[in-house]
Design a binder for this molecule. Structure first.
Ligand code: KG4
Ligand code: ZN
Length: 346
């Protein structure tokens, strides 16, 4: 089947066509158009109203382009899949309303997709081995989730952030250090020049006394680490020179926490694969540290390319293929929140 995916949950307007078959892991990305809204850079954060308006003007041409790149017409589609949540409500409404209109006009089935479930599917579009059973780590600007995925459609939530998402922490630290927005790529770049021994920052929610079954064994927290960066900056004698060292200290702390919690999940669930997703998966230092730590345990890391790590409609279309049989039954609840279908707390 040819599935058109539409993604407008935050600040990327994206449409993609993915060809695949329900029940099969083989899927081909026929096209994927991603328009990143740069208007938000001025405000150092996503302004919801501006995001909605930008989606409104961009979505029609972006969908046309995705169909054109795939050399398909609307009649060739078998399904339309759209992100129904979570995300910015106005932004979601643009995508959902557009998709509903398209489905009504063409008579094609429509399905609503949960954005976070879709992130789990994204990696498999490039890496055929990134399929269940695996431990999934989704780290984006809005969410941080550690999951056990025994099969597609069955998700055991092991841990999540108690406060800031990992990407959000990168963005806030980037802004504190005057590195611009979004903070993730800028902090990573600065950290490469930084001395790892200059600042040793706290590893939140991580200590050797934690045991499986403890509430904080898998959970994450970023806000104390952010505060530690603020204090270090305030007491620094040369904040300009310390910027790169603080970026390094912050990133090293985040990576150690993420790697340790993921290894705990691999051990507890007996999995041999870890699938990474979300914008923070672009971070090379994280990928390298994670891959090396997993290799020592005989496990493998499966991380998407930067293009499919950040928000994109190809992963939405791929999740749509999995849920294809359910088309028409989705309430298309644009305010969808966790837990998503199939997700239970472990
Ligand atoms: O998945 P995504 O595109 O959007 C959300 O669903 O939130 O993730 C965006 C987040 C931002 O917080 C951004 O700073 C972060 O991913 N990010 C990174 C890197 N590239 C993007 N964080 C750390 N290192 C990076 N290289
Ligand atoms: Zn996302």
């Amino acid at each position: 089947m040819n599935v058109l995916g539409i993604e407008t949950s935050c600040d990327e307007t994206s449409a993609a066509v993915v060809a695949g078959a329900a029940g099969s892991d083989a899927a081909r990305v026929a096209s994927c158009v991603i328009l990143s809204q740069d208007v938000h850079q001025v405000y150092k954060g996503v302004v919801p109203e501006l995001a909605s308006r930008a989606h409104l003007t961009a979505l029609g041409p972006v969908v046309d382009r995705a169909l054109g790149d795939a050399r398909l017409d609307l009649e060739d589609l078998d399904l339309i899949a759209v992100t129904e949540g979570p995300g910015l409500i106005g932004a979601l409404l643009v995508g959902v309303s557009f998709a509903k209109g398209l489905a009504l006009a063409t008579g094609k089935p429509l399905i609503g997709v949960h954005h976070l479930e879709a992130h789990l599917f994204g990696t498999a579009l490039e890496d055929p081995a990134a399929v269940p059973p695996f431990v999934g780590l989704i780290v984006s600007g809005g969410h941080s989730l550690l999951l056990d995925v025994p099969a597609w459609g069955t998700y055991r939530l092991l841990g999540e952030t108690r406060d800031d998402a990992v990407g959000e922490a990168f963005d806030k630290v980037g802004s504190l250090l005057g590195l611009g927005y979004p903070g993730g790529p800028a902090v990573e770049k600065a950290a490469r020049e930084g001395d790892p021994a200059r600042f040793t920052l706290p590893r939140p929610m991580l200590n050797a006394r934690q045991r499986p079954g403890d509430a904080d064994y898998f959970d994450l927290s970023m806000s104390g680490l952010k505060t530690a960066v603020i204090h270090a900056l305030r007491t620094s004698r040369d904040p300009a020179a310390d910027t790169v060292h603080l970026a390094r200290g912050f990133q090293d702390a985040v990576i150690e926490v993420l790697v340790t919690k993921t290894l705990r999940a691999v051990e507890a669930c007996g999995r041999a694969r870890v699938v990474l997703g979300g914008g923070v998966a672009c971070n090379r230092a994280l990928r390298e540290a994670m891959a090396a730590a997993l290799q020592r345990r005989g496990a493998t890391l499966h991380a998407p390319s930067p293009r499919l790590s950040t928000d994109n409609a190809a992963m939405i279309a791929r999740a749509g293929i999995f849920h294809a049989g359910e088309a028409g039954t989705s309430p298309l609840d644009a305010a969808a929140r966790l837990p998503f279908p199939g997700l239970v707390r472990a």
